[in-house]
Design a protein around this ligand. Structure first.
Ligand code: FAD
Length: 312
């Protein structure tokens, strides 16, 4: 089968691997310029060199034995390591959070910077349409591995049943601030949780495999992010820097680099499903939001969908 997968985050890649290994022709499309999805890594130039931030998922945990096997193989390949500061069972990608995603993406055919805006059924096949996407290929099957809200938008005109499942799922937003300093901040606290506006803040440079500047990632709590969703970056940035300063009890030096990023759909809800597949029209759906907002769930969902398609 010719199968299109929209979204090359962990769920899309977890689904792509087994389908490709079984001999199917898989093409992935992702609106981002490179691998990571919500496990992405942001790089920035500062006067003191390049800074690097994990600006989505901060770490992940492992419960499922099959996922544990995969994570162990990532550790052997040097693309993941434990980060005990976040908890006994906490893992991160190394040297950056997107490293395991990069490794999984390496063997796949992925069209980056290609946003899909519409699905069109043409006889028994699917055509993908996007403002900048010139896609001639017709696909037997299309898999959506994107957040629930975006899934609902794409599916509403073509599969009202699956669209309804996605519509019921609502993600929490997350305002994130990334800061680089020329010197190590004088504190032993590497992680802060739930202090005022801050849901999480961490010294990114404390994670294994990171070198270079003193980098911090500050994530506002879901409630605070929702209340200030439409504020400007110019307001968010100093407000969260001040919140970090208060939480650490420090007068922060002028950062070398400071940016704010708004994740509109950061942590998903849970639809209490694993994955969806409509045998009649060939549409499949996977992603963390079917099971809940965890890296492991994205992998479980994508893997379950591939298994389901192969079983059929
Ligand atoms: P994604 O990684 O979002 O992948 C979807 C991909 O689809 C993206 O690459 C996107 O560019 C692409 N896309 C979307 N729409 C389109 C379109 N129309 N056309 C083409 N491409 C499209 N999890 C944890 O386990 N621990 C944590 O501490 C944690 N913290 C988090 C903090 C934040 C701020 C965020 C944002 C997430 C966090 N998560 C955490 C959640 C975790 O990152 C996700 O569960 C997981 O990465 C989801 O993977 P996914 O493949 O389902 O979706």
């Amino acid at each position: 089968m010719k199968i299109a997968i929209i979204g090359a985050g962990l769920a899309g890649l977890a689904c792509a691997g087994p389908l490709k290994n079984a001999g199917h022709n898989i093409q992935l499309f992702d609106k981002a310029r490179g691998p990571g999805g919500r496990m992405s890594t942001r790089r920035a130039q500062t006067p003191a060199g390049e800074a690097q931030f994990d600006h989505g998922a901060q770490y992940f945990t492992v419960r499922d034995p099959a996922f544990q096997q995969l994570v162990d193989s990532w550790a052997r390949d040097g693309v993941a390591a434990r980060w005990p500061a976040a908890g006994e069972d906490a893992w991160v990608g190394t040297p950056a959070m997107n490293s395991p995603i990069k490794a999984m993406a390496a063997g796949q055919d992925i069209a980056w910077a290609t946003r899909i805006d519409q699905l069109e059924k043409s006889s028994n096949c699917w055509k993908l349409l996007g403002e900048k996407a010139n896609i001639d290929t017709l696909f037997d099957s299309v898999i959506l591995a994107i957040p629930a809200e975006q899934t609902a938008d794409l599916l509403s005109p073509v599969d009202t049943g699956f669209a309804a499942v996605a519509q019921e799922s609502q993600s929490d937003p997350c305002w994130t601030v990334m800061l680089s300093f020329s010197e190590k901040l004088p504190t032993d606290q590497n992680i802060l949780r739930n202090i005022g506006a801050i849901g999480w803040a961490a010294r990114n440079s404390d994670k294994p495999g990171r070198t270079g500047l003193e980098n911090w990632v500050v994530q506002a709590s879901p409630a605070w992010s929702r209340d200030h969703l439409e504020e400007t970056q110019e307001w968010i940035l100093p407000t969260l820097i001040e919140a970090l300063s208060q939480a650490l009890g420090l007068n922060l030096p002028e950062p070398l680099h400071a940016t704010a990023h708004r994740w509109r759909y950061a942590r998903s809800d849970s639809a209490d499903r694993t994955a969806l597949f409509n045998r009649e029209n060939g549409l499949g759906v996977c992603g963390d939001w079917l099971l809940g907002p965890r890296v492991e769930n994205a992998w479980l969902s994508g893997t379950a969908l591939s298994q389901h398609i192969l079983d059929q």
